[in-house]
Write a protein that binds this ligand. Structure first.
Ligand code: CP
Ligand code: NVA
Length: 307
């Protein structure tokens, strides 16, 4: 069994296998309806428990469909419906109980430490469905989407514009493993996690960090951004939005990228803040395919975890 917590924890070859298996399963499904299982049903008789300490649309539904398509069943628990979420049972005790009821856990939590604590006490695999530090399922899914549209991501250039948040941290880890160029434009105050940057540099990641969005976007194959205020952000939100104002992804910024650049956003988006509607709804935007592909990347992550 394997845990899927940080992209940095996995080998290059396991990460490549996850992407390839995800693509293969997607193409082999053909015209099957959303809930119809794949022929081999590798999750038959197995249950995934999903814990959400924070809100979610895509992760919740795409994981539910992923489990169904693999032939298994899922139970979704929200923070207010479980003892651990309200703080009247330890993670250790919850983990020991869940190990007897389920075959795999997915958790979305405010604190990355909670996932590590679950891992310590679980006898079954745990998947990180977003923490304050990372969103590895999103990034694996975005790599699958990039490759579906543009071919192998190796040596291609991805530009991250705006807040240096959990999703950008996972992208930095992915750039080292998948060997792509990553150019991040963020204001000094809102750069990605310094420990993640340090590790990437140590591992010869092709990473550029700049304060200039045009420098990052220049000649990019893909431009991406995310909300300026993430779910776990606690500081002065208006002040942060003001500082990030010049990092909006708009048509002027897209013009300096390659002519066939694609635009990605993990969603949810705050339209007219980090991205204009013109870009979100424009020809270069692949945001709906990104959301759809969460199902396919996550099926492969689940399979890798339970093997
Ligand atoms: N991108 C993503 O994880 O979306 P949700 O917050 O809706 O799950
Ligand atoms: N950075 C965002 C991602 C949402 C999917 C957040 O953490 O709120």
């Amino acid at each position: 069994m394997n845990h899927f917590i940080n992209i940095a924890d996995l080998s290059k070859s396991d990460l490549r296998t996850i992407i390839n298996v995800g693509k293969k399963r997607k193409s082999e499904r053909g015209q099957k309806s959303h809930s119809q299982p794949d022929t081999d049903q590798p999750l038959q008789g197995k249950t995934m428990v999903m814990i959400f300490e924070k809100t979610s649309t895509r992760t919740r539904i795409s994981f539910d469909l992923a489990v169904k398509q693999l032939g298994g069943s899922s139970i979704i628990l929200n923070r207010d419906e479980i003892h651990y979420g309200k703080g009247d049972e330890t993670i250790k005790d919850t983990a020991k109980v869940l190990s007897q009821y389920a075959d795999i856990i997915m958790i979305r939590t405010d604190s990355h430490k909670n996932v590590d604590e679950f891992k310590k006490h679980l006898d079954i695999p745990v998947i990180n469905g977003l923490t304050n530090e990372g969103h590895p399922c999103q990034v694996m899914s975005d790599i699958l989407t990039f490759e579906e549209l543009k071919g192998n991501i190796k040596d291609r250039t991805i530009a991250w514009i705006g807040d240096g948040n959990n999703v950008s941290n996972s992208f930095i880890e992915a750039a080292t493993k998948f060997d792509f160029n990553l150019k991040i434009a963020s204001p000094k105050k809102y750069q990605p996690n310094s420990k993640v940057i340090k590790l990437a540099k140590k591992n010869n990641c092709k990473l550029l960090i700049t304060e200039d969005p045009f420098e990052a976007a220049s000649e990019a194959d893909c431009i991406m951004t995310d909300k300026w205020i993430s779910m776990s952000d606690k500081g002065d939100k208006n002040k942060k939005k003001k500082i990030l104002k010049k990092y909006q992804v708009n048509n002027k910024l897209l013009k300096v990228a390659k002519s066939d650049v694609i635009f990605m956003h993990c969603l949810p988006a705050s339209r007219e803040e980090e991205v204009t509607s013109e870009v979100m709804d424009g020809k270069k935007s692949v945001v709906w395919l990104q959301a759809f592909n969460r199902i396919h990347a996550q099926k492969s992550i689940i399979e890798w975890c339970i093997k």
